[in-house]
Design a protein around this ligand. Structure first.
Ligand SMILES: Nc1ncnc2c1ncn2[C@@H]1O[C@H](COP(=O)(O)OP(=O)(O)O)[C@@H](O)[C@H]1O
Ligand SMILES: [Mg+2]
Length: 387
């Protein structure tokens, strides 16, 4: 069992657990102190208490899921990772996989709750920039041959200093080239219809466009200051009560697929958008706020189309629409997509080696020559700490 002050040894160094900062049935996230002279990290461990009660098949799935997450994050090059959380180190503890991730400030769910608590909403420029960043992150996941399948506020991390977001939690991903239906995966109240309602063979026929549906649900959530579509709420509740059989219950209740975006939800979205575009222009039917609102509603409808093939085909389609919204809203310089890149150094400095624990030096030095992914990421991590 892990507790505060436990030392965890991974491939590149030792980490001391400091405080638990998040988790679910599957994972437990700790803020941990890393090797001397480096920033604290987020250590993601498998939830051992739940693991002890789980059936063997479920235990295997959890381990496979953590290994999958490590594999995906290791595939990324440092320059890929601007809007994907960085893996700094990995290894095993008590026979279970562990990830050391760059530590961010909080997840998007908590960030939005804090804004709401202060009576604030997300400024329009930030809303559009975060949508663009998540679109970019999903494009990267798709480019590497995966679908993400679990986009939701709890899996998006906020870097308060940069005012940027990063995608985290890659345990649910499935390969894009695995074309058959798959078992149930993801979180019911953020899912596309094809991810919640089984296909003919009883499995789920998801694809890249399933991620775009969740991006649409997130667009609605961010623009309205945290509201959830009634469609998504209904799926979440049906799953809580009936597990995967909830899909059938909903189909019977609604005589088919429940409506996804209702007229009053569109009106709420438009009002929120008009408020964000220009406080004074709220409720206007013409002018820049109305144009931006209309373009935003077009994108929302496009992302939330019930049929996957009616959603955007590609990330470029989404980024064009976001740019059009920004242009219509008169945002200076168009779309503020990404913050300026931080400098990432790929080589090692002698003083970095000097800061390592002596017993680890040989291991670290040999890792330098083989230039593993984790080592490259670690180099970037050092330079970030100095930036
Ligand atoms: N790198 C990180 N920095 C800060 N907080 C994090 C980090 N990674 C995860 N968290 C927190 O822990 C929670 C659970 O992490 P996640 O990777 O989604 O695990 P799980 O697979 O258990 O859902 C997140 O919602 C977030 O609040
Ligand atoms: Mg998660």
């Amino acid at each position: 069992m892990t507790a505060s002050d436990t030392i965890i040894t991974l491939e590149l160094g030792h980490y001391r657990l400091r405080e638990r900062i998040g988790g679910s049935a599957y994972g437990v996230i700790w803020r941990a102190e890393g090797p001397r002279g480096t920033r604290d990290v987020a250590l993601k461990l498998i939830n051992e208490a739940h693991m002890a009660r789980a059936l063997p098949a479920q235990r295997e799935r959890w381990i496979a899921s953590a290994e999958n997450e490590i594999t995906i994050l290791q595939l990324l090059e440092p320059w890929d990772e601007r809007h994907i959380v960085r893996l700094l180190d990995s290894g095993w503890h008590n026979g279970l996989p562990v990830l050391a991730l760059e530590l961010l400030d909080c997840d998007l769910g908590r960030h939005m709750a804090a804004l709401r608590g202060r009576g604030q909403s997300l400024p329009l420029a930030r809303l559009l920039a975060w949508m663009a960043q998540l679109n970019q992150a999903l494009a990267k996941v798709h480019q590497y041959g995966w679908r993400y399948l679990d986009l939701k506020p709890a899996n998006v991390l906020v870097d308060a200093q940069l005012g940027a977001v990063k995608l985290a939690d890659f345990g649910t991903n499935r390969r894009l080239d695995a074309l058959g239906e798959h078992s149930y995966a993801g979180t019911a109240n953020w899912q596309a219809p094809e991810q919640f309602f089984p296909a003919g063979g009883g499995g789920y026929a998801t694809g890249r466009q399933s991620d775009y549906f969740a991006l649409g649900a997130l667009f609605y959530f961010l623009a309205t200051g945290g509201a959830q579509l009634r469609y998504s709420g209904a799926c979440g509740e049906a799953y809580r009560e009936h597990h995967t059989a909830g899909a059938d219950v909903l189909l019977r209740q609604h005589g088919g697929l429940p409506a996804i975006l209702l007229p009053d939800e569109e009106a709420l979205f438009m009002r929120a958008f008009a408020d964000a575009t220009s406080g004074a222009a709220a409720g206007t039917t013409s002018g820049p706020a109305a144009d931006a609102g209309a373009a935003a509603l077009r994108l929302l409808r496009h992302l939330l189309a019930s049929a996957p093939q009616a959603r955007p085909l590609h990330a470029v389609d989404i980024s064009r629409q976001l740019a059009a919204i920004a242009g219509a809203a008169g945002l200076p310089g168009g779309l503020p997509c990404s913050p300026a890149p931080r400098q990432v150094r790929t080589g090692w400095e002698p003083r970095q080696l000097a800061a390592l624990p002596p017993a680890q030096s040989t291991h670290w030095w040999s890792a330098v020559s083989s230039r593993t992914h984790a080592q490259r990421a670690h180099a970037g991590w050092h330079s970030d700490a100095e930036a």
